[in-house]
Design a protein around this ligand. Sequence first.
Ligand SMILES: NC(=O)c1ccc[n+]([C@@H]2O[C@H](COP(=O)([O-])OP(=O)(O)OC[C@H]3O[C@@H](n4cnc5c(N)ncnc54)[C@H](OP(=O)(O)O)[C@@H]3O)[C@@H](O)[C@H]2O)c1
Length: 279
Amino acid sequence: MKILVLGHKGMLGTDLMSRLGGHSLTGKDVDDFDITSAADCRDIVDESRPDIVINAAAFTDVDGCETREETAFAVNAEGVKNVALACREDNTRIIHFSTDYVFDGTSERPYREDDRCNPINAYGRSKLQGELYLKEFSKNYTLIRTSWLYGRHGKNFVKAIVQRAKNFQELEVVTDQVGSPTFTADLAGAVKVLAEGGHTGTFNVTNRGSCSWYEFARRILDLSGFEHVEIKPITSEFLERKALRPKNSMLSGEKFASATGKTLRFWQVALRDYLELPV
Ligand SMILES: NC(=O)c1ccc[n+]([C@@H]2O[C@H](COP(=O)([O-])OP(=O)(O)OC[C@H]3O[C@@H](n4cnc5c(N)ncnc54)[C@H](OP(=O)(O)O)[C@@H]3O)[C@@H](O)[C@H]2O)c1
């Protein structure tokens, strides 16, 4: 298949380019086009005439979105509309990514695809509007909600925790936000399955199992030779961050499993692999 990957230099985009290597791939990122420009989106789609457009381009700085909500909406919402309109004439399939942050986190169980959205921060609002535009302007889409991404390419929580430990910096991590850390290489593998299987609609895709950020940090240190480094457990109200985060970020993978017959690895196994330890 001919696949156009938008945001191919980002954390997920980089892994998509390597996992989808058997296909004819074109990558475009912010130096090639601006997703907020309808004309740019039309031009790159017309130029490569792909079978699938995978949109991994986004404004992902969750705290930055609070102070730059207009930019967040331009990229994460209007940008998706531009991509959908560019694909409309030929009914070109779109694979797009959204987030656990479209939910408010008050549920007692993992969120299912059709649960009610109620974002509590600007990033979540902009991503939800992107979802709505996708559904309005495309009849041929796969919407993948995922969470807590980390990958070899780009800044992420795993690197930040290890760096702080190396620098002897104090570590305080929250215990009251629970979710599923997800390795972008595993997510890219799931995208391949959904793309090749022709699955459309909305799917949650994360690594299996869940933990708090505190438990995630503890596991990262234990696997990285920093077992002796202490982490102070705190709750969200002691963390001075611009954006609120949902307490429950867990996404149910049942629909993905029943549609594809596959489940992703447990997050602990994926983390070992990321850290290049035997799994
Ligand atoms: N990271 C997470 O924890 C997480 C969790 C749930 C869902 N997601 C979703 O997963 C997808 C991939 O996330 P990611 O973490 O891989 O993102 P990322 O590393 O931030 O990559 C996004 C890419 O999009 C580019 N971009 C930004 N503005 C653009 C514009 N106006 N026009 C064209 N390209 C632009 C970025 O360029 P610059 O870097 O130069 O800005 C970057 O290369 C996103 O849809 C995100 O919302 C992420």
